[in-house]
Write a protein that binds this ligand. Structure first.
Ligand SMILES: N=c1c2ncn([C@@H]3O[C@H](COP(=O)(O)OP(=O)(O)OP(=O)(O)O)[C@@H](O)[C@H]3O)c2ncn1[C@@H]1O[C@H](COP(=O)(O)O)[C@@H](O)[C@H]1O
Length: 100
């Protein structure tokens, strides 16, 4: 189990990596492939739809073993979408804090 600051550090590091992939587009990067996809932004929007469905199916599964893995896939693709729209994980954090 991690505390809040460690959880934030992971999200910040992941988002910084996503921004680097967006800006540098290295060969062989799955993240970079989402930024250069022929479908444009629709590629990541489709992935978000697929991953959300997989989260629902995992939640309905009796053993629930896949729920965390599918949730991580969904969060990752959501962060890619934010980076694509020039929003940041800090913007997301601020939105959540406003509601708290
Ligand atoms: N967190 C993730 C992450 N979560 C999910 N995925 C990818 O998202 C895809 C999920 O798609 P699916 O579940 O549908 O599986 P799939 O059938 O293999 O995918 P498709 O062929 O349908 O695209 C897989 O290719 C996963 O590898 C991720 N890819 C990258 N990251 C992070 O991004 C960082 C940079 O990765 P690269 O851009 O690949 O260097 C990594 O170090 C990770 O921290």
């Amino acid at each position: 189990m991690t505390d809040d600051s460690e959880t934030d550090a992971v999200l910040d590091a992941l988002f910084a990596t996503i921004e680097d992939r967006r800006d540098e587009l290295p060969e062989g990067s799955y993240t970079a492939s989402l930024f250069t996809h022929e479908k444009g932004e629709n590629a990541v929007l489709e992935k978000i739809g697929e991953e959300a469905t997989e989260v629902i199916l995992a939640a309905k599964d009796d053993d629930g073993e896949e729920l965390l893995a599918e949730s991580a896939d969904l969060v990752y693709h959501l962060l890619v979408l934010l980076a694509m729209q020039d929003a940041t994980v800090d913007d997301l954090r601020a939105e959540l804090e406003d509601r708290f």
